[in-house]
Design a protein around this ligand. Structure first.
Ligand SMILES: O=C(O)CCC(=O)C(=O)O
Length: 358
């Protein structure tokens, strides 16, 4: 199965629709009643995903290191989603990364159109996920690019303007690769595996890393649509730099949607489907979605740290027992991610559908 070369319908940029000043949402963005966001008021609004100070992983205080690892372990088991501060990436670089992408999206449309993407690789400037004709679409545009493996990285496919973008994104991605290594070592140890287990299962030095920059324009009827439909991330782990001033990310917890309150210069980390597979569901990927609003645009950078595409992934033998046999068959990430590339975001239906019958 391959992704088609082209989209099933002409692409409409959400930013153009938003800027045209339309008052009513076009039908193809109106979600069915059951998927529309409900803004919950009251005490539930105070709930947030865990916030973890990673400083303890970098120093030589072994008690602090153990406490930090325990907090990460609890967050992975209970939430699959957490924010981190003191993560080692400079706040100034985080701000620059956000600003160059704002600069990209605020250029004239003809400049951006030079990078229009296709479903074949998804690289470039896009406005939909999935190739189902007549699908109800999300209220967002995005830019998708590869950073690793080196053979997939192609600066010509990254925007040439703003002129500092390529340099800033190289610097930013290199820092996020380092942080990802730190987190994968913590996850491996917490799972009772060798510290380099997950990194090696992902391909050692030769892993996959890509960036999707999401741009959510102002929306005239935000209660009828979503910026990004509910999904779990198909890859290994995601490090998200959210918009610091505009909340929008919602995480599903015990059947309700929790709106994440971003903390200044924190990253949001979440477990993807491949770590669910490798950990034999000790850690689970978590459904999340994005709501939009009529007052402010929103921008986020999702850095996906993934296994190399052609490696077979399956539950770690150390985590497979007679009581808990392997829940998932072996599969490569290239095979796995075709699902979301063809069908678009569909909650957790893919990873759940793979579970071996028992
Ligand atoms: O924009 C966000 O906050 C989340 C983005 C996201 O879930 C994704 O890019 O997969």
């Amino acid at each position: 199965m391959n992704c088609p070369q082209d989209w099933p319908e002409p692409i409409v940029r959400v930013q153009s629709l938003s800027e045209s000043g339309l008052k009513a949402l076009p039908d193809r963005y109106i979600k069915p009643q059951t998927q529309r966001p409900v803004i919950i008021s009251g005490s539930q609004n105070d709930v947030n995903i865990p916030l973890i100070d990673l400083g303890g992983l970098f120093g030589d205080d072994s008690a602090l290191r153990a406490t930090t690892l325990a907090r990460i372990s609890e967050a992975c088991r209970e939430w699959g989603f957490f924010q981190v501060v003191n993560h080692g990436v400079s706040p100034e670089l985080m701000d620059r990364a956000r600003e160059v992408w704002r600069g990209f999206f605020h250029q004239p449309m003809e400049v951006k159109q030079d990078y229009a993407n296709s479903p074949k690789t998804y690289e470039g400037y896009g406005s939909r996920l999935g190739v189902t004709k007549g699908a109800i679409l999300d209220w967002s545009d995005y830019y998708f690019l590869h950073y690793l493996p080196g053979c997939l990285k192609d600066h010509k496919k990254w925007p040439a303007r703003p002129s500092s973008l390529r340099e800033v994104i190289d610097e930013y991605s290199a820092e996020l690769v380092k942080l990802s290594g730190v987190l994968l070592r913590a996850f491996s140890g917490n799972l009772g595996l060798e510290e380099d287990y997950l990194q090696n299962a992902f391909g050692g030095e030769d892993i996959g890393a890509c960036l999707r920059v999401n741009f959510y324009p102002k929306c005239p009827q935000p209660d009828l649509t979503l910026g990004l439909s509910s999904h779990s991330d198909p890859g290994g782990m995601t490090i998200l730099l959210p918009d610091e001033h505009v909340p929008g990310l919602q995480v599903r917890k015990n059947g309700s949607w929790i709106t994440v309150k971003p903390v200044s210069h924190a990253f949001i980390v979440n477990i993807g489907d491949q770590i669910q597979v490798l950990s034999n569901a000790i850690y689970k990927s978590v459904e999340h979605r994005v709501i939009v609003n009529s007052a402010q645009e929103r921008l986020s950078l999702a850095f996906f740290y993934n296994p190399r595409g052609d490696l077979l992934l399956q539950p770690a033998t150390e985590l497979v027992t007679q009581e808990k046999p392997a829940l998932y068959p072996a599969m490569t990430f290239d095979q796995y991610r075709l699902f979301i590339r063809m069908k678009g975001p569909q909650g957790k239906s893919q990873v759940e559908s793979l579970k071996s019958p028992r």
